[in-house]
Design a protein around this ligand. Structure first.
Ligand code: GRG
Length: 371
């Protein structure tokens, strides 16, 4: 922060300023001054928003886009996505729930499909016959909640499966392959919380592991010593919130790292020197919302970026605004773009819960009130 302390535009001493004011001042100076910070900004990767980009939410187009994905089962994209199908189903039904169009999905068919992905070990795979994985197990539970039929899940065997993946150091493997990642701590905590069995897990040991992944810059990585990344921060903060242990970290330091993810275009990147991507609108904003620091982000420019990621012909969101060659909408970026707009209070959307990325309406009493 020392780089802008002597800036002409900012006569006020930094000491005594609230952190969120400091971040705003920093952004302003980076844009205006040919300073060291300005040079850093020059090197920073970003995109331009094309003049012709959409300037508002094209809600109707997005529900058509998602419904088309469900219908087109013989299509290339559907067939090629078998390895992530249950996650894909959660993205699609969640997008439809957020846009208040869930009734357009074939509930019975989807629920039957998800239930057919359950394995003998209690977990769910991405498609029938695939090995169980924590990611798909959480997505299966989320989908059943969205369709209000959680009673169809065998809560006890699911939580036994999750518990079996916790390691001695508190971390979680995603599946039997043994890959440890803080993403899987959130998946485990969220799954067991949603099934009313969080106590099946060793929470203290899991939190100790998460704190070993907390970096001095305020971020979290996949494992102890790994680089801070917005996606991992979301996972760690979400898990700490579920455990009621958010006070174990320095909220301002973490929020500051997240706020610096905003590029001049208004979009957010996942880590320094990377391009903005609309999915980080969710990972970063939701984290800030959980931390009670949503105002660390410039909402106006960020909304412009999110709107510009929409395909105004087919519907859906792409990772970032671009030309017709690289611009390609998909359900992953669509749900997280819509969810981010919901966090900003778009009244045409259902309200989203920042920890579980599901509508507050479908979660009901399963929500965790933080403030
Ligand atoms: C939604 C409740 C809920 C749970 C999901 C799996 C998970 C829990 C969260 C994933 C968080 C995460 C790691 C997001 C990042 C996804 C992403 C676009 C990764 C791309 O990584 P790189 O290295 O991209 O290709 P960058 O942008 O860093 O270059």
């Amino acid at each position: 922060m020392y780089v802008y302390m002597n800036s002409k535009d900012n006569k006020e001493p930094i000491v005594g300023l609230k952190l969120r004011q400091v971040i705003r001042i920093h952004r302003g100076n980076v844009r205006r001054n040919p300073s060291f910070a300005g040079l850093l900004d020059f090197a920073r990767k970003d995109v331009d928003l094309p003049q012709s980009s959409p300037k508002k939410l094209l809600k109707g187009l997005h529900s058509n886009f998602i419904q088309q994905y469900e219908k087109d089962k013989g299509g290339y994209h559907y067939i090629m996505a078998e390895h992530l199908r249950v996650s894909g189903i959660y993205w699609c039904v969640n997008a439809m729930d957020l846009t208040k169009e869930l009734h357009r999905m074939s509930a019975v068919e989807i629920i039957d499909y998800v239930l057919s992905c359950r394995n003998k070990d209690g977990g769910y795979g991405p498609a029938p016959g695939h090995d169980s994985h924590l990611l798909h197990t959480l997505c299966a539970v989320q989908t059943l909640i969205i369709f209000d039929c959680l009673q169809k899940a065998d809560a006890e065997s699911i939580c036994e499966y999750v518990k079996g993946l916790q390691q001695d150091d508190g971390s979680f493997c995603g599946d039997l392959s043994g890959e440890v990642d803080t993403r899987f701590t959130l998946c485990s905590f969220a799954t067991c919380h949603l099934l009313g069995r969080l106590s099946a897990l060793n929470i203290d040991s899991a939190v100790r592991f998460l704190k070993r992944c907390y970096n001095t810059d305020g971020g979290f990585g996949t494992r102890p010593g790994s680089e801070s990344h917005s996606g991992q921060i979301y996972c760690c903060i979400g898990a700490l919130a579920i455990a009621g242990r958010l006070d174990d970290i320095d909220r301002d330091r973490t929020a500051e790292w997240l706020a610096f993810r905003q590029c001049d275009s208004g979009g957010l990147n996942g880590r320094p020197e990377k391009l903005p991507d609309v999915c980080y609108s969710w990972w970063v904003l939701a984290s800030l919302s959980i931390l009670g620091r949503l105002d660390f982000i410039d909402q106006t420019s960020m909304k412009k970026f999110i709107y510009a990621c929409q395909d105004d012909e087919t519907g859906g969101f792409a990772d970032r605004p671009g030309d017709c060659v690289s611009f390609f909408a998909d359900p992953f970026h669509t749900v997280f773009g819509i969810a981010a707009l919901s966090l900003f209070g778009d009244e045409t959307l259902e309200e989203v819960d920042p920890i579980f990325c599901m509508t507050k309406k479908c979660l009901g009493d399963l929500r965790i009130e933080m403030f």
